[in-house]
Design a protein around this ligand. Structure first.
Ligand SMILES: C[C@@H](N)C(=O)N[C@H](C)C(=O)O
Ligand SMILES: [Zn+2]
Length: 218
């Protein structure tokens, strides 16, 4: 797929951050969003995002046609966890492609996990989410959430052609609601959306990112 700017692209790292200082909020406490427990952690970090991100998610949900809900899966990710995800996936790619250079590995890994120093989730600015029906049952968006490009034959790419018509309708519905509310998608992952991070700033032309990586709150 051409035209996709990866998280490892120097244009993303070049975006300056002027952190707004906005607090992380727990979406389970501050909203009626449906929250899935598959990424649950004892500190509840997975359910947190910056306030402005939650406000936009609520706007997006309100704009969905009747019978559709957002299903929130993962928001904030502490930098140490992000580093582990990145290194584990890069090690898997390295085992499969020992001939790749360090730069090739970093770029390929960033199709699926952001390099830790740039990570939108560690800024509390990104959310992995999908659609559910009115009863909270997860809908078909073409792949499982967090399917790698390898296991899904590229069907995890938001604009992939190798998904059913129904999954395409669902992806388009999710995308229309979230982009109208101001979030930006990472084009290699239909479920990953962000607001205020470096990738968002690069994609929207904002002068700087509003949120940089932050350590977990005590
Ligand atoms: C690992 C996957 N769920 C994810 O969040 N990927 C993006 C690119 C990230 O790490 O920010
Ligand atoms: Zn994500």
């Amino acid at each position: 797929m051409t035209g996709v700017i990866l998280m490892s692209d120097p244009r993303v790292a070049a975006v300056p951050v002027a952190d707004s200082g906005e607090r992380l909020v727990d979406v389970r406490r501050e909203s009626e969003l449906l929250v899935d427990g598959r990424r649950h952690d004892s500190a509840g970090d997975f359910a947190k995002v910056r306030r402005g991100v939650l406000d936009r998610l609520l706007r997006a949900e309100a704009s969905l046609p009747q019978g559709f809900r957002l299903l929130f899966v993962e928001g904030y990710r502490p930098p140490a966890l992000q580093r582990r995800y990145f290194e584990d996936y890069a090690a898997r790619l390295c085992a499969a492609h020992p001939e790749w250079s360090a730069e090739q590995l970093r770029s390929a890994a960033s199709r699926y996990v952001s390099p830790p120093e740039l990570a939108p989730h560690s800024a509390g600015a990104a959310v992995d989410l999908t659609l559910a029906d009115a009863d909270g049952h997860e809908l078909d968006l073409g792949t499982r959430m967090n399917a790698t490009p390898e296991e899904s034959s590229g069907a995890c790419y938001t604009q992939a052609g190798n998904i059913s018509e129904e999954a395409r309708r669902h992806r388009d519905l999710l995308g229309a609601a979230l982009s109208t509310a101001g979030l930006v998608n990472y084009p290699t992952e239909w479920w990953h959306w962000s607001y205020g991070d470096r990738y968002w700033a690069m994609a929207t032309g904002a002068e700087c990112a509003l949120h940089g990586p932050t350590e977990p709150e005590p």
